[in-house]
Design a protein around this ligand. Structure first.
Ligand code: HEM
Length: 319
C-alpha cells in the first residue's frame, strides 16, 4: 500500500469516527432543546465568539465547534482520497458525497438556527448526516479491505433476488430513519406513552401525533422482519460469502437493539442516554446496510464486465 493510500485510510477512519460524534452531538442538541442555545446567531453565539455559561449555549456551541473540526478532516480525506479514484472507482461517488453532504448539512444547520425551519427539513438534516457518515465509513472500509476479500467477492456472486432484497432494505432504512427524525421534530415522541401498544391500543389509528409515532413503529417492525429474513438468507451464503453472512448477523443484532432502544426511549420518558443510543444504533445500521449494498453492487458490476470470471485480475477486483 503506498503512502497516499495509508494516509487516506487513516484520515477516512478519523473522519468516520468524527462524523459519528457530530451526529450524536446533533441528536443531543435536539434532545435537550438546545437548538436556540446561541440565539438566532450563526456563526457567532448570542453575538459573541464564545458561548454564554449556560447548559443550552454550551451544548449548541460544542456541536458547532466539533462540526467545524470535522470539516477539516473531511477536507483532508477529500484531498488525499480523490486521486485514488482510478484504483477505487467507487470513490468517484463516495468522496463528493462525503464532502457535499457535509457542506449541505452545515448550511441547513445554520439556516435552522437563523430562520424557523419545518420538521420535514429538520428530519432531512438528520438523513443527510447519515449519508455523510456512511460515505466516510465506506471509504475507510474499502481501504481496509484485503485483496483476498475482493477476489473472493469477484468469484462468488450473490443471487439477484438477495441483492434486490438488500437494496430494498437499505431504501426502507432511509424511510424508517426519516420517520423517526420526523417523530422527534414534530414533538410526537411520547404521543404513544406505552409500547408495543399505543396508549393501550393494539391497533392504533394513523392520525395526529400518535399516528406519526405509529407510522414509525410500523416501519420499525417491518424492517425488523425484513432484516431477520435477510440475515437468515445471508447465513446460508456463508461458505462462499462469509462477508455477507457477517453483515447480515451484524444488521440483525443492531436492528433488534434499535427496536429495544425505541421502547426504552418511551419507557424512560425520553432519557438522553436512551435517545443517543437510539440515534447511534441508527447510524450503525445505516453504515452496515450501505456497506452491504456496496458489496453486492460492485459484485454485480464485476459480473457484468466479466461473465465467466474464474481467476480475477486485481484491476477488476478493486472497487
Ligand atoms: C428499526 C427500528 C428503528 C429505527 C431504524 C428507528 C430510527 C429512529 C431515528 C433515526 C430516530 C430519530 C433520531 C434523532 O433524530 O436523533 C428515531 C426517533 C424515535 N424513535 Fe425510533 N427507530 C426504530 C424503532 C423504534 C421503536 C420500536 C420505537 C418504539 C417505541 C421507536 C421510538 C422512537 C421515538 C419515541 C423517537 C423520538 C425520540 C428520539 O429521537 O429518541 N423507534 N427513531
Amino acid at each position: 500500500m503506498d503512502k497516499r493510500a495509508i494516509w487516506a485510510k487513516r484520515l477516512a477512519i478519523a473522519t468516520a469516527i468524527g462524523m459519528f460524534i457530530v451526529l450524536l452531538m446533533g441528536a443531543r442538541v435536539t434532545a435537550t432543546g438546545s437548538g436556540t442555545g446561541c440565539g438566532n446567531d450563526w456563526p457567532l453565539c448570542n453575538g459573541r465568539f464564545l458561548p454564554a455559561d449556560t447548559y443550552h449555549s454550551i451544548v449548541e456551541y460544542s456541536h458547532r465547534l466539533v462540526t467545524g473540526l470535522e470539516s477539516f478532516l473531511v477536507l483532508g480525506t477529500t484531498i488525499v482520497a480523490w486521486p485514488l479514484r482510478r484504483k477505487h472507482r467507487s470513490f468517484t461517488l463516495l468522496v463528493p458525497a462525503m464532502a457535499g453532504t457535509l457542506v449541505l448539512q452545515s448550511l441547513m444547520g445554520a439556516a435552522a438556527v437563523m430562520w424557523p425551519t419545518s420538521p420535514e427539513i429538520m428530519a432531512t438534516h438528520f438523513g443527510i448526516s447519515l449519508i455523510c457518515l456512511a460515505s466516510a465509513a465506506l471509504i475507510a472500509i474499502i481501504l481496509l479491505e484485503s485483496q483476498a476479500t475482493r477476489e473472493r467477492r469477484a468469484r462468488h456472486y450473490v443471487p439477484d433476488a438477495f441483492r434486490a432484497l438488500l437494496i430494498a432494505t437499505f431504501v426502507l432504512s432511509i424511510g424508517v430513519a426519516y420517520s423517526g427524525a420526523y417523530v422527534r421534530h414534530t414533538g410526537a415522541e411520547l404521543a404513544c406513552s406505552s409500547w408495543p401498544t399505543c396508549n393501550g391500543k393494539l391497533v392504533p389509528s394513523y392520525e395526529g401525533l400518535p399516528g406519526i409515532q405509529t407510522m414509525h413503529r410500523t416501519g420499525a417492525g417491518l424492517i425488523g422482519v425484513v432484516i431477520l429474513a435477510l440475515a437468515l438468507w445471508a447465513f446460508s451464503l456463508r461458505k462462499t460469502r462469509p462477508d455477507i453472512a457477517w453483515l447480515g448477523g451484524i444488521a440483525l443484532v443492531i436492528v433488534l437493539g434499535q427496536i429495544a432502544a425505541g421502547g426504552i426511549v418511551v419507557y424512560s420518558g425520553l432519557q438522553l442516554l436512551a435517545q443517543l443510543l437510539h440515534a447511534g444504533l441508527m447510524a450503525a445500521l445505516f453504515v452496515t446496510l450501505s456497506d452491504g449494498v456496496r458489496r453486492v453492487w460492485v459484485n454485480h458490476a464485476e459480473r457484468a464486465a466479466e461473465p465467466s470470471t474464474v481467476s480475477v485480475p486485481s484491476s477488476i477486483a478493486a472497487d
